[in-house]
Design a binder for this molecule. Structure first.
Ligand SMILES: [Zn+2]
Length: 299
């Protein structure tokens, strides 16, 4: 299949490319979201076989004495999902372009369960989260502003049980460079937080936070050391907002999320990852999203 330019692909073209089951599979294979070959447990190669099942095809062993079959979704991002491949792909597209409101997804993808839509949006955010766990950037520096957040949350559990993590997460985002990091926090003591700050945020940075009062959280002694030795400048988010309303991007996004979805505290950093991801990859969101899924779900 000809390589598709995901950067310029529009919804109409996506619909054409996925107008039948075989074309959808070809397209997903070309994106490395589905495997292009499969070997049977018996050691023989498998081939795609037409079947009267929702995906339309299955892998079938080429050896006449074996004939084992295997789902084309095995090991992929789509494994275990009860939706059609085109439905998930359409949802990915809508979500990438921030058009995945419940009403839109219900109409465009014919999915009428709010729970299912919420779950999938969570799986998509999880890709963003995974990206920052895998590619954390050291950010900040003299005169730079970094917004930080810290909270606990459970990573969504897929029906196949593939993803599950319940952890404390500490994250930071720098507006000037649109880069950020997320790190799991093994222990919530002051020493751990200080190490994370020193590891991911350069000295001299203005650190904005509303998740904990830095002095209370770190202890006066550590707090003073971070201010004086490392020259970090801790600023309370609410106070900062008054003097720099534009520079508090994440805090604003968080308020918006809370207003729109009644975001649970536990979910906040899942949204934090989506927020950072959109800042960094918003110029070509569908292309980048597909590439990250292919990176994390090696097929
Ligand atoms: Zn076999």
């Amino acid at each position: 299949m000809e390589t598709v330019n995901l950067h310029s692909l529009n919804h109409r073209e996506l619909i054409e490319i996925t107008s039948d089951k075989r074309k959808t599979i070809d397209f997903l294979q070309s994106l490395k979201l589905l495997s292009t070959e499969r070997q049977c447990q018996c050691g023989k190669p498998m081939h795609l076989m037409k079947r009267n099942i929702p995906d339309g095809f299955t892998w079938k062993c080429s050896w006449h004495r074996c004939k084992k079959e295997s789902s084309i979704r095995k090991g992929s991002f789509f494994e275990g999902a009860n939706l059609g491949l085109h439905q998930i792909l359409d949802m990915m597209y809508l979500w990438s372009y921030q058009a995945a409101s419940f009403i839109n997804v219900e109409r465009e993808c014919r999915i009428n369960s709010a729970r299912t839509i919420c779950d999938w949006k969570m799986f998509f955010r999880d890709i963003c989260l995974e990206y920052y766990f895998r590619h954390p950037e050291v950010i900040g520096g003299e005169g730079c502003t970094v917004e930080i957040d810290e909270s606990i949350f459970a990573r969504p559990k897929r029906s196949d049980g593939k993803i599950l993590r319940q952890v404390w997460v500490f994250g930071g985002y720098e507006q000037q460079t649109k880069k950020g990091f997320l790190a799991t926090v093994p222990s919530r003591d002051a020493g751990t937080l200080i190490n994370l700050i020193r590891e991911y945020i350069r000295p001299g940075t203005i650190i904005i936070s509303d998740c904990w009062h830095a002095c209370d959280r770190l202890g006066e002694e550590h707090y003073n050391s971070l201010q004086e030795v490392d020259k970090y400048n801790f600023v309370d988010a609410n106070a900062f907002m008054k003097s720099n309303p534009i520079q508090r991007l994440w805090q604003k996004a968080k308020q918006k999320n809370k207003k729109e979805c009644g975001t649970h505290r536990q979910m906040v950093d899942s949204y934090f990852s989506e927020f950072m991801w959109r800042q960094q990859f918003g110029d070509s969101p569908f292309k980048h999203f597909i590439e990250k899924v292919a990176e994390f779900y090696k097929i």
